[in-house]
Design a binder for this molecule. Structure first.
Ligand code: URA
Length: 242
């Protein structure tokens, strides 16, 4: 990879700014000064330093965000804020995208990456990757809803949902539940409750595959996934009830 591309990608400025920096002699590869922006380096096998500080380059970035309500899970929008607008310029420059969509008013776990292969794997309907949501429901959620969701309910477009696991945390005029689904149909959780005559008034995603939301992240905050968490995500097992 060209040295100017590498440093610009990591966040050392625009290509023009990096070119200027190279001229000052601040950049070394394996101890040799690089002044020509066209020089190719292999960041995985060469030690690249800027002002004596080692440059850490990874091909992909993996972020966990606690998505706040009121922003779109999209990369860009002409009128509204997106989750990418919440990233630092250093992260945004790597061109990551959200893995799947949460509604504008939904909160919780959103994985953001530029690893298209992992994203595809997590979203593929064939993989049955489970996603668990916490929701507040207007209406009394009962055992019969557990049975209905286990078999599958018919949505407003006649689609019959795959088996899902419903756990009732609190039942009453207002109920609290956890629902695990393996699909990602448009407004799926909200439409599943509509199918049984109830309304979701608050929705938060807690898990994706075997990865859990870090509850220390305030809404709108995000952090890098650890290497271990990336592996957990990559090796997520299909839901055991499908
Ligand atoms: N189901 C919904 O209805 N909305 C979401 O954001 C995610 C799942």
């Amino acid at each position: 990879m060209r040295i100017d591309k590498l440093l610009a990608t990591i966040g050392y400025g625009s290509r023009k700014e990096v070119k200027k920096m190279l001229k000052t002699g601040a950049v070394l590869a394996d101890g040799v000064v690089i002044k020509d922006a066209k020089t190719h380096v292999d960041p995985e096998n060469q030690m690249v330093t800027v002002n004596g500080e080692q440059v850490e380059y990874r091909e992909f970035i993996y972020l966990m965000m606690n998505k706040p309500p009121g922003v779109l899970s999209a990369t860009e929008d002409i009128a509204q804020h997106t989750v990418i607008d919440l990233l630092t310029p250093e992260d945004a420059v790597r061109e990551p995208f959200p893995v799947g969509r949460l509604d504008k008013d939904t909160e919780g776990l959103l994985v953001i990456t530029n690893d298209g292969q992992l994203s595809h794997q997590l979203l593929s309907p064939k993989k049955h990757v489970p996603k668990t949501y916490y929701a507040v429901i207007s209406g009394e959620v009962t055992e019969s809803d557990i049975s209905a969701f286990k078999i599958g309910v018919t949505l407003d477009d006649e689609y019959v949902t795959k088996p899902a696991r419903l756990i009732i945390l609190k039942s009453g005029e207002t109920s609290e539940i956890e629902l695990t689904i393996t699909e990602g149909k448009f407004h799926q959780v909200k439409r599943m409750f509509e199918a049984v005559g109830k309304k979701v008034t608050y929705l938060k995603r807690l898990t994706m595959g075997d990865l859990e939301l870090d509850e220390d992240l305030e809404p709108g905050e995000y952090r890098d996934l650890t290497d271990e968490e990336v592996e957990i995500l990559r090796n997520s097992k299909p839901a055991d009830f499908i």
